[in-house]
Design a binder for this molecule. Structure first.
Ligand code: ZN
Length: 290
């Protein structure tokens, strides 16, 4: 996921924001940006299942359509930002509308394996949650699910999109896991968590660790539908392996009609905690010897 191509797509969004006359402030309004670019935005029923939005071109006239089945304001905004990505990212127009006209159907929200769709998703994340503004906001927000919810309120983005951006920008060791039933849909790890020795990525379709809170939560579908929440102590080693215990907190929330569950794993153990203990011993020993 942290492919240079995707990182550049997010950067492109931030460059676009920097080039506007008004300085960026949260929340960023993708509808207003479309208006500035003279792109008409309309709600329209999707023609195929899973379609989040469409980019339409007729001559030099562009339109963005977002699927009416999308109830969540955050996801609508993300879908519009995704289409703006197709409009603004180099090479996208030729790829998604190869005949120079017609309609491109999108599947936004980090669900499509198509690299153009993924680039447009990363563009959308960068546009709605610019790195500098998010990092600054996170310094006031604590950690874990609470920070994700505050970021979602501030940026008017969905919990999952906010959680992914949180994992990208936080200095804390966290992982974001989205699951359905007993299976992992995807997982993002923060930079500082990735630096621990021997941790493995949770792969798509892998089973959740046996006995974890998320597994118990998902065994009752009503928990997911009713957006219930739960938390428990956990050891991140149960999730990612590795050579040492990583005690932490597992926070779980059902994503309602989306049918998925969001889990935030947070540990306060720091990479160099062990080394620091050793340094401390070394620095003390000579004194005792004196
Ligand atoms: Zn698309």
């Amino acid at each position: 996921m942290s492919d240079a191509r995707y990182w550049k797509a997010a950067l492109k969004a931030e460059e676009f924001l920097a080039g506007r006359t008004t300085p960026a402030s949260l929340p960023i309004d993708p509808f207003e940006i479309a208006r500035e670019l003279a792109i008409e935005v309309q709600a329209k029923p999707a023609t195929a299942s899973g379609v989040s939005g469409m980019l339409a071109r007729h001559g030099d006239v562009f339109g963005i359509l977002y699927a009416t089945h999308i109830a969540s304001e955050g996801y609508r905004r993300f879908s519009v930002a995704h289409e703006l990505g197709h409009y603004l990212l180099p090479g996208h127009m030729d790829h998604v509308l190869p005949n120079g006209q017609g309609i491109h159907e999108s599947r936004a929200g980090f669900v499509s394996p198509d690299p153009f769709e993924m680039e447009a998703d990363h563009f959308a994340a960068g546009l709605l949650m610019p790195a500098r503004l998010v990092s600054k906001a996170l310094t006031r927000m604590g950690d874990g699910l609470g920070a994700v919810e505050q970021l979602s309120d501030l940026c008017k983005t969905s919990l999952t999109a906010s959680a992914i951006r949180y994992a990208e920008r936080t200095t804390t060791s966290v992982a974001v896991v989205v699951s359905t039933g007993q299976l992992v849909d995807y997982c993002f790890m923060s930079k500082s968590l990735r630096e621990f020795d021997g941790l493995d990525w949770l792969r798509k379709k892998e089973r959740l660790p046996a006995g974890c809170q998320t597994q118990r939560f998902n065994s009752q579908p009503a928990n997911v539908e009713n957006a219930e929440r739960a938390d428990a102590e956990t050891d991140l080693r149960d999730w990612f392996g590795g050579s040492r215990k990583l005690p932490g907190i597992e926070e779980v929330i059902g994503l309602g009609s989306y049918g998925k569950t969001l889990t935030i794993l947070t540990t306060e153990i720091e990479q160099d905690d062990e080394d620091e203990d050793e340094d401390l011993e070394e620095s003390w020993t000579p004194r005792f010897r004196r």
